[in-house]
Ligand binder design. Structure first.
Ligand code: NAD
Ligand code: DAU
Length: 351
């Protein structure tokens, strides 16, 4: 194998698509999926590729420095694509500490392991940190987030991601660790855990359950199909300039309520329901605390410098996503039995 690449969080939503991208396009790389398998990690996401000769799985909690060190002793690591994180804003409001441990301490453990492993040579090494547009706070008026927008994180989740971004830059500045960072907008697509808006709405519509829309549904998100994010990560990993940051976004802003209504229309059609049936499930509930109004990414640096562009338009991507959830009932049932119902009850009962 030419290189050994650790992909952390590879059993999660975006991570599983990145693992597949690297396994298929780089058969000469050994791809090691490093994941603790929290509630959000699911090896079912990778069933189709787990037999590939260039794939390994290591169950490791990145918060444990000894386990991380052992991992770096076992493999001669050339690159890290770091996605492992606690990723759901609502959970960061109800229990922030996991976010501090995994997103901040876990990231520093990986940085320390790379610094130690690469102390003789930094040639051809890279630590690639995957971050979020939420570090920039809420976009005022018609403005867009660029790579030089000042950080203004406003939830425990985004503050923990901002903190990890700063640490990654600090290790580059202080120890010359070769790093690159990208900050991406909201992803959607197959394999997303149904605690996030789009898969939760699909699941609820299918089961004729109320659709909880926070506040007035006027918050705006910039949606990107997950495979376009995985392609961007591939390009940045191979072509990005060390020390740089790249924003990734779909240039596709939607109010939440409009996304929900579009999903209702798509599902009425797919489930052979009378038009308007699913929209009756829409229920406005208490707003998320500190709810950011608008995220909007300017991805022109990535487009102009690395030639990346989106390949899937939103309606097509949503229909594909709905089809995937309808066709993968067993995947959904495994996830939504047991713990999920308890989470749902806690999260939505008094709203
Ligand atoms: P996810 O919650 O679906 O997956 C996270 C994965 O990390 C899971 O497999 C989980 O088991 C693993 N993990 C969690 N804690 C761990 C630990 N201590 N040690 C090892 N593994 C651990 O998340 P996602 O939505 O796929 O997001 C992946 C990354 O992309 C995150 O860093 C997130 O901040 C970032 N991001 C997400 C989005 C989005 O819209 N989902 C957008 C931009 C950036
Ligand atoms: O912007 C990138 C971020 O996008 C990522 O960094 C996060 O990991 C990812 O979770 C996502 O954060 P959001 O908070 O924007 O995603 P979520 O799907 O939770 O919510 C999208 C919007 O929908 C948000 O405005 C809140 C709203 N919402 C969400 C849920 C779960 C509802 O109205 N009802 C709901 O039940």
């Amino acid at each position: 194998m030419d290189k050994t690449i650790l992909i952390t969080g590879g059993a999660g939503f975006i991570g599983s698509h990145v693992v597949r991208q690297f396994i298929y396009f780089y058969p000469d790389y050994l791809v090691v999926n490093v994941d603790k398998l929290t509630y959000a990690g699911n090896l079912e996401n990778l069933r189709d590729v787990e037999h590939r000769p260039n794939y390994r799985f290591e169950r490791v909690d990145i918060v444990d420095p000894v386990a991380v060190r052992k991992l770096f002793e076992k493999y001669k690591v050339d690159g890290v694509v770091h996605l492992a994180a606690e990723s759901h804003v609502d959970r960061s409001i109800s229990s922030p500490m996991e976010f501090i441990y995994t997103n901040i301490i876990g990231t520093v453990n990986l940085l320390n392991a790379c610094k130690e492993a690469w102390k003789d040579t930094l040639d051809d090494k890279l630590f690639y940190h995957i971050s979020t547009d939420e570090v920039y706070g809420t976009a005022e008026g018609d403005s867009f987030f660029t790579e030089s927008t000042a950080y203004d994180p406003r939830s425990p989740y985004s503050a923990s991601k901002a903190s990890s971004d700063h640490l990654v830059r600090a290790y580059h500045n202080t120890f010359k660790l070769p790093v690159v960072i990208s900050n991406c907008s909201n992803n959607y697509g197959p394999n997303q855990f149904p605690e996030k808006l789009i898969p939760l709405v699909i699941h609820n519509i299918k089961n004729m359950r109320e659709i909880p829309v926070y506040g007035k549904g006027e918050n705006i998100r910039d949606w990107l199909y997950v495979i376009d994010h995985a392609r961007a990560i591939d390009q940045i990993f191979h072509m990005g300039v060390i020390g740089e940051t790249y924003n990734i976004g779909g240039c596709n802003e939607w109010k939440n309520i409009d996304v929900v209504k579009l999903l209702c229309t798509i599902l009425d059609e797919k489930l052979d329901r009378k038009p308007g049936t699913s929209a009756k499930l829409i229920t406005y509930v208490k707003d998320r605390a500190g709810h950011d109004l608008r995220y909007a990414i300017d991805a022109s640096k990535l487009q102009n410098e690395l030639g990346w562009e989106t390949s899937v338009d939103f309606e097509k991507g949503l229909k594909r996503t709905v089809d995937w959830y309808l066709d993968n009932e067993a995947w959904v049932n495994n996830i939504t039995s047991g713990e999920y119902e308890k989470y749902y009850e806690r999260q939505y009962k008094n709203r």
